[in-house]
Design a binder for this molecule. Structure first.
Ligand code: FAD
Length: 352
């Protein structure tokens, strides 16, 4: 049994847990417990790595607009390379479509969205079939996030602030006794004043261990594949291309990442891609773009976990004292992390 009493124990070292642990370690003693041998093995390491400030509920969009300042100006020493790089997003429709009008209405001074002609769309995305483009809008402020650098920046900063990262520490029991939480993980028992549940798709399962009320989290599978760029085309500067009613794709380290945008509800697990989903996606890609697929370079699936209102859950449990939820980041958890971590830490420190 560890004799030390931590101020905070954060459970889960994906982007949510790493970022809040970093913020808390500035003011208190923190242990960050991770079930896997590598932090970021689950959703954090499987994302599309995009900063899309106009994507999600109005609350999510607001959170992401706040995050932008952190991405552009991270704390001194946080990272050596930029966290964001230019990408842009082109949304194309093959016929008149209300979705494009709704996108245009989201345009703001900070994140403009505007119509582009068919010729401009074809120039921006040379993989498009001209006969399948009727309307297109462009959003220049969408950018790529260097997720590994962001995640490592948080973990490195956390260690620098004397935080303790414990890998292969799956939390198997949680008990609140005499104002302290007793946390069983990795064959040890740890004690703390407050527990932060940042366990991603497993958040409701972890909540059950603490006898907390479930938040109704639903993990949803999303599939992605990497295919080769068509010979003779340099697509490195191509924007993200989102096909209304179809898949989305973007350049990825000299190749192209494609996702059908699937949202299949599943149990929390080390999710794997579905062969049929991939076969349908490849067929769609060959019919709707100029890309032909000889073989897949890579394929994977990840979980995007939502509650009913599609907003993150960032609050104390209503019944279990000192048990804090940082969950339900859906498809926006990387870009929301800087803002959610600061907000969660200020709530936790205020009552710590
Ligand atoms: C295909 C795809 C594309 C996406 N694209 C984007 C995007 O472009 N932009 C964006 O912002 N977001 C995107 N997302 C969403 C983003 O990846 C997630 O919202 C984010 O990674 C969630 O981070 P997390 O730390 O909450 O979860 P995770 O990264 O899953 O971390 C949770 C951690 O908790 C650990 N854990 C679970 N149970 C326990 C336990 N009992 N004890 C100890 N540890 C435990 C797990 O091992 C895991 O490491 C995408 C997701 C997918 C799948």
């Amino acid at each position: 049994m560890s004799q030390k009493i931590f101020d905070f124990i954060v459970i889960g070292a994906g982007i949510s847990g790493a970022s809040v642990a970093y913020e808390l370690a500035e003011s208190g003693t923190v242990a960050l417990l991770e079930a896997e041998s590598a932090p970021g093995y689950h959703s954090t390491g499987r994302s599309a790595a995009l900063f899309t400030p106009n994507f999600g509920s109005p609350e999510v969009c607001e959170i992401n607009k706040v995050s932008e300042a952190f991405f552009l100006n991270p704390p001194d020493g946080f990272c050596e390379t930029p966290l964001l790089s230019p990408r842009g997003a082109l949304t194309v429709a093959r016929s008149e479509d209300d979705y494009l009008s709704s996108l245009l209405q989201l345009s703001s001074e900070q994140s403009p969205i505007y119509t582009v002609s068919k010729a401009e769309a074809l120039e921006l995305a040379p993989i498009l079939k001209p006969e399948l483009v009727h309307q297109a809008v462009y959003e220049p402020n969408v950018r790529d996030i260097d997720v590994a650098t962001l995640h490592q920046g948080y973990l490195r900063g956390f260690k620098h602030r004397k935080g303790e990262l414990l890998l292969k520490h799956k939390v198997v029991a949680l008990q609140h006794k005499a104002d302290l939480w007793q946390v069983n993980a990795g064959g040890e028992v740890y004690h703390c004043k407050q527990v932060i549940n940042a366990s991603g798709a497993w958040a409701d399962q972890l909540g059950e261990l603490a006898k907390a009320k479930p938040i109704g989290l639903i993990p949803k599978r999303r599939t992605a594949i990497i295919v080769k760029t068509p010979r003779g085309l340099d697509l490195n500067a191509m924007p993200l291309v989102d096909f209304v009613g179809g898949a989305y794709l973007k350049p990825e380290a000299g190749n192209i990442m494609v996702s059908p945008g699937d949202e299949t509800p599943v149990e929390p697990q080390d999710i794997q891609p579905d062969d049929l989903e991939i076969a349908v996606l490849v067929d769609w890609l060959e019919k709707n773009t100029l890309i032909t697929v000889d073989r897949l370079e890579h394929s994977w699936a990840g979980l995007r976990s939502f509650v009913e209102d599609q907003n993150p859950v960032i609050r104390y449990d209503h019944e279990q004292e000192g048990f804090f939820w940082l969950a339900a980041q859906g498809g926006y958890g990387i870009m929301m992390a800087p803002t959610l971590a600061k907000r969660a830490a200020s709530l936790l420190l205020a009552s710590g």
